[in-house]
Ligand binder design. Structure first.
Ligand SMILES: C[S@@+](CC[C@H](N)C(=O)[O-])C[C@H]1O[C@@H](n2cnc3c(N)ncnc32)[C@H](O)[C@@H]1O
Length: 287
């Protein structure tokens, strides 16, 4: 089969799930894995036939994509802030808006010497590892409630050559773990907690709903700020004066989050919009 025909199969067979540009992106991602060719080289090879083994691999990937399985889980990798991370169904696939949150954290941390950082709800470890890679003198702690996610995060830190202190902890529990027992030591607390409302399920795509961990996504409809309330309380106790709390937020809850953080005692509360113009990040400064 020539490559162009395989690309046509991707476009046709995935059209119920993905726009043509997305189907093409999936085809070229598969081509990079299977043929070891970057997109520009794969395009040049479109008129050529691939071998039988490669063809079988393209088609088996396509069969999995048709079930809405994310390509990141199929190849067990995702790219985040220039790093390659392992992902599997125990961790959320890190998103572009979270990279923007990391950029905001970097703007702040570049002024700090040997900063102490805490990443709550770390999942694949994306935020913690990106900050540790960018600031080798930083001391980064990160927690999650899922021990499977933490195993993946630990492996990701090892592969990226950074040190992060990962620990298992339910941020909603009232007892503080040892990493937080010293008062007011952190320069930055950062979090991307669950924030999706059950009512938003209807608008979500099956690749997210059917494959990504619901533990990473959903909050109770009647208490959508559950995590933010707790995170703000943890941060107000564990940040140094002038330390920052940064978090990713649900765009539908930005005003409520802003009011909550103000009420929790933060100053300089600021909402930042992502590249699509949506209010997706919040910052508070400990007085
Ligand atoms: C939206 S994901 C974020 C993952 C990662 N930080 C990222 O940005 O890609 C939320 C994470 O919170 C974790 N989580 C859910 N409930 C938790 C809890 N009560 N305590 C700690 N972590 C929790 C989930 O396991 C998941 O890894």
């Amino acid at each position: 089969m020539i490559l162009r025909e395989i690309r046509r199969s991707y476009r046709e067979e995935l059209n119920a799930l993905y726009a043509e540009t997305e189907a093409d992106a999936l085809f070229y991602w598969a081509a990079e894995e299977i043929l070891n060719k970057k997109r520009v080289d794969a395009v040049a090879c479109l008129p050529l036939a691939c071998g039988r083994h490669e063809e079988e691999r393209f088609l088996s990937v396509l069969a999995r994509l048709k079930t809405a399985e994310p390509i990141q889980y199929i190849f067990q990798k995702a790219f985040f802030d220039g790093l390659e991370l392992e992902v599997n169904p125990s961790v959320l696939i890190p998103r572009g808006e979270t990279e923007e949150l990391v950029q905001w954290a970097k703007e702040y941390l570049k002024e700090k010497e040997n900063p102490l950082v805490l990443d709550l709800c770390t999942g694949s470890g994306a935020i913690a590892i990106a900050l540790s890679a960018a600031f080798p003198s930083a001391c980064v702690h990160a927690c999650d409630i899922s021990s499977q996610a933490l195993r993946t995060a630990g492996e990701n830190a090892r592969r990226c050559g950074v040190e992060v202190d990962f620990f298992c902890w339910d941020v909603l529990s009232p007892a503080l773990p040892p990493a937080l027992s010293d008062k007011a030591v952190f320069d930055l607390v950062i979090a991307n907690p669950p924030y999706v409302l059950p009512a938003e399920r209807e608008r979500m795509r099956p690749n997210v709903l059917d494959y990504e961990p619901s533990l990473a996504l959903f909050v109770p409809e009647d208490d959508p700020l559950l995590f933010y309330r707790r995170i703000a309380a943890i941060a107000i106790g564990s940040l140094k004066p002038e330390g920052w709390l940064l978090a990713e937020i649900n765009e539908a809850l930005s005003e409520r989050n802003e009011a909550l953080w103000g009420a929790c005692g933060f100053k300089g509360v600021e909402i930042r919009r992502d590249i699509h113009g949506k209010p997706r990040m919040i910052r508070g400064i400990k007085p």
